[in-house]
Design a protein. Structure first.
Length: 149
Protein backbone atom coordinates (compact mmCIF):
# COMPACT_ATOMS: atom_id res chain seq x y z
CA UNK A 1 0.00 0.00 0.00
CA UNK A 2 1.44 3.39 -1.05
CA UNK A 3 1.20 5.84 1.83
CA UNK A 4 1.34 9.63 1.46
CA UNK A 5 1.66 12.47 3.94
CA UNK A 6 -0.73 15.12 2.69
CA UNK A 7 -2.95 18.05 3.67
CA UNK A 8 -6.62 17.63 4.59
CA UNK A 9 -8.54 20.87 4.04
CA UNK A 10 -10.93 22.19 6.68
CA UNK A 11 -12.53 25.56 7.29
CA UNK A 12 -14.88 27.86 5.42
CA UNK A 13 -14.51 29.50 2.05
CA UNK A 14 -11.49 31.82 2.02
CA UNK A 15 -10.37 30.76 5.50
CA UNK A 16 -8.61 27.43 5.03
CA UNK A 17 -7.22 25.31 7.83
CA UNK A 18 -5.31 22.14 7.10
CA UNK A 19 -4.45 19.00 9.01
CA UNK A 20 -1.32 17.12 8.05
CA UNK A 21 -2.38 13.49 7.70
CA UNK A 22 -1.00 10.14 6.72
CA UNK A 23 -3.32 8.38 4.25
CA UNK A 24 -3.40 5.82 1.49
CA UNK A 25 -2.44 7.52 -1.77
CA UNK A 26 -5.68 6.39 -3.44
CA UNK A 27 -7.98 8.17 -0.97
CA UNK A 28 -9.46 11.55 -1.86
CA UNK A 29 -8.09 14.81 -0.39
CA UNK A 30 -10.50 15.02 2.56
CA UNK A 31 -11.02 11.26 2.85
CA UNK A 32 -10.24 8.82 5.59
CA UNK A 33 -6.83 9.21 7.23
CA UNK A 34 -4.62 6.63 8.86
CA UNK A 35 -3.25 9.20 11.32
CA UNK A 36 -3.25 12.97 11.87
CA UNK A 37 0.25 14.22 12.60
CA UNK A 38 -0.02 18.01 12.50
CA UNK A 39 -1.81 21.30 11.82
CA UNK A 40 -1.26 24.10 9.32
CA UNK A 41 -3.15 27.42 9.45
CA UNK A 42 -1.85 29.61 6.60
CA UNK A 43 -4.19 32.58 7.22
CA UNK A 44 -2.67 33.51 10.59
CA UNK A 45 0.33 35.81 10.60
CA UNK A 46 2.84 34.19 10.97
CA UNK A 47 1.40 30.90 9.75
CA UNK A 48 0.64 28.41 12.52
CA UNK A 49 2.47 25.13 11.98
CA UNK A 50 2.34 22.30 14.50
CA UNK A 51 3.92 18.96 13.60
CA UNK A 52 4.42 15.84 15.71
CA UNK A 53 8.07 15.37 14.80
CA UNK A 54 8.36 11.88 16.24
CA UNK A 55 5.45 10.55 14.16
CA UNK A 56 6.71 12.30 11.01
CA UNK A 57 10.11 10.64 11.42
CA UNK A 58 8.41 7.26 11.87
CA UNK A 59 6.26 7.60 8.75
CA UNK A 60 9.13 8.90 6.62
CA UNK A 61 11.21 5.99 7.90
CA UNK A 62 8.66 3.39 6.79
CA UNK A 63 8.41 4.91 3.31
CA UNK A 64 5.57 7.44 3.35
CA UNK A 65 6.01 10.06 0.61
CA UNK A 66 5.14 13.69 1.43
CA UNK A 67 3.28 15.75 -1.17
CA UNK A 68 4.96 18.97 -2.36
CA UNK A 69 3.14 21.31 0.06
CA UNK A 70 3.82 18.99 3.00
CA UNK A 71 7.48 18.65 2.00
CA UNK A 72 7.77 22.46 2.08
CA UNK A 73 6.18 22.55 5.55
CA UNK A 74 8.53 19.80 6.78
CA UNK A 75 11.51 21.78 5.47
CA UNK A 76 10.35 24.85 7.43
CA UNK A 77 9.96 22.85 10.65
CA UNK A 78 13.27 21.04 10.09
CA UNK A 79 11.80 17.53 10.06
CA UNK A 80 12.83 16.87 6.44
CA UNK A 81 16.44 17.89 7.15
CA UNK A 82 16.42 15.70 10.26
CA UNK A 83 15.22 12.74 8.18
CA UNK A 84 17.83 13.33 5.43
CA UNK A 85 20.64 14.07 7.90
CA UNK A 86 21.14 17.69 6.78
CA UNK A 87 21.80 20.72 9.02
CA UNK A 88 18.71 22.25 10.63
CA UNK A 89 17.20 25.49 9.26
CA UNK A 90 16.89 28.73 11.24
CA UNK A 91 14.11 28.73 13.84
CA UNK A 92 10.52 29.50 12.82
CA UNK A 93 8.90 32.85 13.57
CA UNK A 94 6.59 32.79 16.56
CA UNK A 95 3.66 35.15 16.98
CA UNK A 96 4.10 37.74 19.72
CA UNK A 97 1.76 37.23 22.67
CA UNK A 98 -1.16 39.67 22.66
CA UNK A 99 -1.44 42.18 25.50
CA UNK A 100 -4.22 41.60 28.00
CA UNK A 101 -7.18 43.92 27.32
CA UNK A 102 -7.81 44.49 31.03
CA UNK A 103 -4.23 45.72 31.57
CA UNK A 104 -4.51 48.05 28.55
CA UNK A 105 -7.79 49.46 29.85
CA UNK A 106 -6.37 50.09 33.32
CA UNK A 107 -3.31 51.83 31.85
CA UNK A 108 -5.53 54.08 29.71
CA UNK A 109 -7.69 54.89 32.73
CA UNK A 110 -4.62 55.90 34.76
CA UNK A 111 -3.35 58.11 31.95
CA UNK A 112 -6.64 59.95 31.59
CA UNK A 113 -7.15 60.34 35.33
CA UNK A 114 -10.61 60.26 36.88
CA UNK A 115 -11.81 63.53 35.37
CA UNK A 116 -13.57 63.88 32.03
CA UNK A 117 -11.61 65.91 29.49
CA UNK A 118 -14.44 67.83 27.84
CA UNK A 119 -18.14 68.15 27.31
CA UNK A 120 -20.35 65.53 25.78
CA UNK A 121 -20.25 65.42 22.01
CA UNK A 122 -24.01 65.35 21.49
CA UNK A 123 -26.01 68.23 22.97
CA UNK A 124 -28.90 67.46 25.29
CA UNK A 125 -32.39 67.66 23.77
CA UNK A 126 -34.41 70.69 24.82
CA UNK A 127 -37.51 69.86 26.84
CA UNK A 128 -39.34 73.01 25.68
CA UNK A 129 -39.42 71.73 22.09
CA UNK A 130 -40.95 68.43 23.18
CA UNK A 131 -43.64 70.16 25.25
CA UNK A 132 -44.74 72.39 22.35
CA UNK A 133 -44.91 69.35 20.05
CA UNK A 134 -47.11 67.50 22.58
CA UNK A 135 -49.31 70.60 23.01
CA UNK A 136 -49.85 70.88 19.25
CA UNK A 137 -50.86 67.22 19.07
CA UNK A 138 -53.31 67.62 21.94
CA UNK A 139 -54.90 70.70 20.28
CA UNK A 140 -55.30 68.91 16.95
CA UNK A 141 -56.83 65.81 18.56
CA UNK A 142 -59.26 67.97 20.57
CA UNK A 143 -60.37 69.86 17.45
CA UNK A 144 -60.91 66.61 15.55
CA UNK A 145 -63.12 65.27 18.35
CA UNK A 146 -65.31 68.40 18.34
CA UNK A 147 -65.85 68.18 14.56
CA UNK A 148 -66.90 64.54 14.81
CA UNK A 149 -69.67 65.28 17.33
Amino acid sequence: MAVKIKLKRLGKIRSPHYRIIVADSRTRRDGRAIEEIGLYHPVQNPSRIEVDSERVQYWLGVGAQPTEPVAAILKVTGDWQKFKGLPAPEPMKVAEPKADKKVLFEAAAKDSGDEPKGEAITPKAKKADKKTDEGDKADSSASSESTEA
